[in-house]
Design a protein around this ligand. Structure first.
Ligand code: 0RQ
Length: 504
């Protein structure tokens, strides 16, 4: 393992996770690496959680604020939440224990666009960052850091933090070295640098993160895998959604609105997103490119088959099988995958200029095309907005996908009014369910309502939605976006009270 630390003097900083955890004190702001279950610290979170519990047992306080790139794993977010040591967490999470504590009001959760987290720390909006805990693959002779399976916010945390703890994970492939592209310093307004990336696969930075070696207080070895969640095989619903999107691509190519090799693809987390990519494998499209935040199994297989020429991402989130395929083919993939900071993969300016096709899942949409990606019944946090807003607002095409119903039909994912707004009608171009697709481009709210109800709603709810809409039109209110304000959220209230949105 020692050969992973090529700067020999730094080897003096090697210690155990428990020793390193002593640097983390009550009240600190801690930046951690980690993005959708990739590249998060494996040892320090447990050591901090144990330290917190010991301090709590003495009747003393110990709570920290933790900012990551995005979601981590049970052995990071999960153990920290379970130990009662989290005061604040930002920006994206998906751990069940953490989610429960957020919804129980025990942990403050700040949900912001993933493109903005680094700059908000850089601007000082979160206060001073005390410690950064970063997983790396290794350290070069000059003391530069070799990032792991994600770049996420690592470069900014290394720059911002007063102290740095490194976890050198020997399980991550040593040949990840040179896959990363780290742009040293984006800067702060009014002296911000343009990102001169003209193609999705351009490299504009260095392979390494520059680090002030005096700030490194501890180096800990780990040898543990990432979360590596398994994917379900695409089910019939995901396949129907995917097929419509691919048919739409064909149609747009035919009408000259899309090049033959499409435009760079972004695909959100989850099974539907993965199904679209799996389906592209059998499509006629060649030389596709990816410009996404998370690179999952589906995109990996497109790269391996040669269908996709290159992919730019901030994290590699694979199932165990896909990780094996990735490691086995790492030499082939190294020239095709570029891992960048999340403020670059999710940069609104780049997404707009490159013409990225954004495809994200949602919890619900309303009849006018407003989308809720984060809240269950308007009050309970699910995972957070992630990068969906970065892409939806700036994409060439912005898709939101969902099955038309949830919980065995007791919930309609198309409702009169969304119970929480993440993406407004102005940012949503296509809604796709297994029932059909609504193409909202250039449409007024009332035209949208007809399309969404007729094409996307489940048959069990279509007449209810038409009835709501027709009565709203007759109600004497404005006829731009007709609503019955005292009824608009009644479907959600009915579900809360009876467990079913349907009228009995
Ligand atoms: O609950 O697991 O208890 O059965 O919500 O639903 O259909 O499995 O969908 O896993 O694709 O997640 C929006 C949450 C969708 C995700 C969301 C219930 C449903 C199930 C999950 P159960 P599915 P997915 C790039 C982009 C925001 C971030 C983002 C997400 C559970 O895609 O977090 O886009 N997006 N990032 O039963 C109540 C409804 C419901 C509902 C579904 N209308 N009401 N419950 N469910 N619809 C990646 C990053 O940014 C990092």
């Amino acid at each position: 393992a020692l050969e992973r630390i090529r700067h020999t003097a730094l080897r003096e900083k090697i210690m155990t996770a428990n020793e390193a955890a002593e640097f983390v004190q009550d009240g600190m702001l801690v930046g951690m690496s980690g993005f959708t279950g990739a590249g998060y610290p494996k040892a320090l979170p447990t050591a901090i959680a144990e330290r917190a519990q010991a301090i709590h047992a003495e009747g003393k306080p110990f709570q920290i604020s933790v900012i990551t790139g995005a979601s981590t794993a049970p052995e990071c977010d999960g153990v920290l939440a379970a130990s009662g040591s989290l005061k604040l967490r930002s920006p994206f999470q998906s751990d069940p224990t953490l989610r429960n504590d957020i919804n129980a009001g025990k942990i403050a959760y700040t949900d912001i666009h993933l493109s903005q987290i680094e700059q908000q720390v850089r601007f000082g909006f979160f206060g001073a960052m005390d410690v950064a805990i970063i997983e790396v693959v290794g350290i070069t002779e000059e003391g530069k850091l070799i990032p792991s399976m994600s770049v996420g916010p690592d470069n900014q945390w290394v720059k911002s933090a007063q102290k740095i703890i490194l976890e050198v994970n020997t399980q991550q492939h040593a040949k990840l070295e040179t896959m990363h592209d780290v742009f040293a310093d984006i800067g702060t307004p009014p002296h911000r640098h343009p990102l001169l990336l003209l193609n999705p696969n351009d490299r504009i930075g260095s392979h390494y993160i520059d680090c002030d070696l005096d700030k490194i207080v501890a180096i800990v070895f780990t040898d543990a895998p990432d979360r590596n969640s398994k994917f379900a095989e695409p089910d019939a619903i995901s396949q129907r959604i995917a097929a419509q999107i691919i048919e739409f691509f064909e149609h747009e190519v035919k009408h000259g609105r899309l090049p033959e090799n499409l435009l760079p693809l972004q695909s959100g987390v989850g099974n539907v997103a993965n199904a679209v990519l799996a389906d592209l494998q059998h499509s006629r499209f060649e030389n596709i490119t990816g410009f996404t935040e998370v690179l999952q199994d589906g995109m990996l297989d497109l790269l391996l088959s040669g269908k996709m020429a290159s992919a730019s991402a901030t994290a590699l989130s694979f199932s165990p099988d896909a990780l094996q395929r990735f490691n086995d083919n790492i030499d082939f993939l190294r020239s095709r995958i570029i891992l960048r900071a999340q403020e670059i993969t999710n940069s609104p300016e780049l997404i707009r200029r490159l013409g990225v096709i954004g495809m994200n899942a949602m919890i619900e949409a309303d009849i006018y095309g407003n989308v809720n990606s984060t809240h269950i019944m308007g009050t309970r946090m699910m995972n957070g907005i992630g990068g969906s807003g970065d892409f939806a607002r700036n994409a060439y095409y912005s898709f939101f996908v969902s099955p038309s119903v949830a919980k065995d039909g007791a919930i309609s994912c198309i409702v009169p009014m969304v119970s929480h707004h993440d993406h407004t009608e102005h940012d949503v171009m296509f809604i796709v369910t297994e029932q059909g697709m609504a193409d909202l481009r250039g449409k007024s709210p009332r035209q949208r309502a007809r399309l969404i109800i007729d094409h996307c709603a489940h048959p069990d709810y279509r007449d209810m939605l038409r009835d709501y809409y027709n009565r709203a039109e007759q109600s004497g209110g404005g006829l731009h976006t007709p609503h019955l304000l005292n009824e608009a959220l009644s479907w959600h209230q009915r579900f809360v009270e009876t467990g079913d949105m349907r009228l009995k």
